[in-house]
Design a protein around this ligand. Structure first.
Ligand code: ADP
Ligand code: MG
Length: 593
């Protein structure tokens, strides 16, 4: 029985294990560590990851991504004919990751540790745990992503640093203080609606504006294509100052160029928000900026020169990228598993976490009865676990119920904070006016909140878990749960080949009409060769590599404009693809078209 760690990301997910004294990343069926968090259900078969990512364009009605942003919401997402809750989609993603891990480890996975954004509230955490329960694995612990990254980044015994984790859809900034073997998270600030996708959107809007395209008139598949092309352009700006972007929509070709300088200009609102989040994290940490040694950047969006340049200008402390920008959270989870197993190879770190927001309950506002005040029970940045009690009294004669509500946030008036859950408690018959009751909030190390109400005179107690509201709980008996268990993972004997086929479909859809026939012919001839190979795995692999190479070139047509296509070495190759025959390069003979 294995225990694995899972970084369940908005954009990409990673599984990790601690074995033979070291952290080991678990590859998926493509031999890759990053699995795109994209889910497709076709014919009651589940497809997750790289292939599903192409299906955002080729099969948008059966495919979805970014559902982590909606965890804890009751908003359902339609896939095919069925509706799914975000935690059900996460369950399907987990199912695939666990399946890949079991194949790799040759062992059953019964327990997982999952990382979640520090800013996830009780409902979102509950939904994450539920995702595991749905597919029958125990979610042993939820670890905040910044804490996992802090464990991975911990090097010196005495230092204070900022972790800047900028992913596809979330930004988390935390200040970490290390003192001997104690790693303390001192403050966390974040925005769970800010990430790489916002840059993609900025580029997409710029592209539409430059080409006078009405974004709102595009259909979903066209928007997905536009976003994928924008993301590719963004990524190509990692290594050069300017990139071309072109796309064909309904047979018409459009293109534009974008430089890092322009990207910085059009992303100003995103950069401003980054600054605000860093400011909050440093202020809440209680450290003077001069006491902080450095900033470490993690998460895929930290690759962006625009972000890095901005941070270097903004901060006086050294800013550096983590050794492995993509995998730091996962590596921290792996190290945590090692610490938990008390492995002698890992230093026994103690990590203290905090509650990044205040938890309160409404009390009467004497000067404005209709506008209750927030009575804070657990203040922001309290070290976990924590349990705090306040004594309140019933305030109306003849009152039959006490309405207990739990809110999260820093606002003075409760209506301005976020409601996490509420429940009605019947008052005992002999309850007197001004009778007192205790309300206790206990926040455990998984950042799950328990609310206990005790009527003092009778000693009667009731405990609630926030997030276990009816809608979340009812899933247990729900038919849907059964259906999710029954969806089988699509058997993939040749994942690379399937990925090529799916990629071909996507590129074909996006390609200018004049190239479509060429792509189809090239791929058809390779397809025939592939199917002729039967059991010659080596040759099959060579053909798939050749397919990938050709697809890379066709894919790049959307990144360069015409003048780029014919201007360099790469373009000579493009021309040869357009004109010449394709040779299979493994030298094992066989058909050559
Ligand atoms: P998450 O933790 O949200 O799943 P990741 O840390 O994997 O996300 O980051 C994903 C984001 O990083 C995406 O928006 C992706 O476009 C972006 N990204 C990945 N590589 C690069 C790159 N080389 N340049 C710019 N952005 C990148
Ligand atoms: Mg992440």
């Amino acid at each position: 029985m294995a225990v694995i760690g899972i970084d369940l990301g908005t954009t990409n997910s990673i599984a990790v294990v601690f074995r033979n004294g070291e952290v080991e990343m678990i590859p998926n069926s493509f031999g890759e560590y990053l699995t795109p968090s994209v889910v497709t259900i076709e014919n009651n078969e589940l497809i997750v990851g790289k292939i599903a990512r192409q299906k955002l364009v080729t099969s948008p009605e059966n495919t979805t991504s970014l559902f982590k942003r909606d965890m804890g919401n009751d908003k359902k997402i339609k896939l095919g004919k069925k509706m799914y809750l975000p935690q059900e989609l996460s369950a399907l993603l987990l199912k695939q990751l666990i399946n890949d891990a079991e194949k790799y480890l040759n062992e059953k996975v019964e327990e997982v540790v999952i990382s979640v954004p520090a800013y996830f509230n009780a409902k979102q955490r509950r939904a994450t745990k539920l995702a595991g329960e749905i597919i029958g694995v125990k979610v042993d612990r939820l670890i905040n992503e910044p804490s996992a990254a802090a464990i991975a980044c911990h090097e010196e015994e005495f230092e204070t640093f900022i972790i800047f984790d900028f992913g596809g859809g979330t930004l988390d900034v935390s200040v970490v203080d290390c003192f001997e073997n104690v790693v303390s998270i001192c403050s966390i600030a974040g925005n769970n609606r800010l990430g790489g996708i916002d840059f993609d959107r900025a580029i997409a809007m710029y592209f539409c504006q430059q080409n006078k395209i009405d974004y709102n008139s595009l259909i979903r598949a066209e928007k997905e294509s536009l976003f994928l092309a924008s993301e590719r352009t963004k990524i190509s700006l990692q290594n050069k100052d300017e990139a071309g972007m072109s796309m064909s929509i309904r047979g018409k070709s459009y293109s534009t160029k974008i430089s890092n300088e322009v990207l910085a200009l059009i992303s100003k609102p995103i950069l401003d928000e980054i600054r605000e989040v860093i400011r909050r994290a440093v202020k809440d940490s209680g450290f003077e900026p001069s006491e902080i040694d450095k900033m470490i950047m993690v998460g895929g969006s930290s690759y962006m020169p625009v972000v890095r340049d901005y941070l270097e200008k903004l901060l006086k402390i050294p800013v550096s990228s983590a050794d492995d920008i993509d995998c730091m959270v996962a590596k921290g989870l792996g190290k945590y598993l090692g610490i938990k197993q008390r492995c002698s190879e890992v230093k026994d770190l103690v990590v203290t976490d905090i509650c990044p927001f205040s938890l309160s309950t409404p009390i009467v506002n004497e000067s404005d009865k209709g506008n209750p005040l927030a009575k804070v029970i657990i203040p922001k940045n309290t070290v976990l676990p924590s349990s705090k009690t306040v004594t309140l009294q019933a305030y109306k004669r003849g009152q039959k119920n006490i309405l207990i509500s739990v809110y999260q946030g820093e606002e003075m008036y409760e209506s301005d904070n976020i409601l996490l859950g509420r429940t009605d408690i019947k008052i005992p018959r002999n309850f007197k006016e001004n009778e007192q009751f205790n309300i206790t909030y206990s926040y455990d190390i998984n950042s799950i909140l328990y609310v206990e109400i005790e009527i003092i005179s009778t000693g009667e107690k009731k405990v609630f878990i926030v997030g276990e509201d009816k809608k979340l709980e009812s899933i247990k008996e729900n038919k849907q749960l059964k259906a999710i268990k029954e969806i089988s993972i699509k058997l993939n004997s040749s994942p690379e080949y399937d990925a090529c086929k799916e990629r071909t479909k996507r590129i074909f859809k996006e390609l200018s009409p004049e190239y479509k026939d060429i792509l189809r012919e090239r791929m058809e001839s390779l397809d025939i060769m592939y199917n002729d190979c039967v059991n010659n795995i080596q040759k099959k692999r060579a053909i798939v590599e050749e397919m990938d190479r050709i697809l890379d070139i066709f894919d790049s047509f959307s990144r360069f404009d015409e003048s780029d296509i014919f201007s360099d070495l790469e373009n000579e190759e493009k021309n040869s693809i357009l004109k010449d025959d394709i040779k299979v390069v493994d030298g094992t003979g066989g058909r050559v078209s």
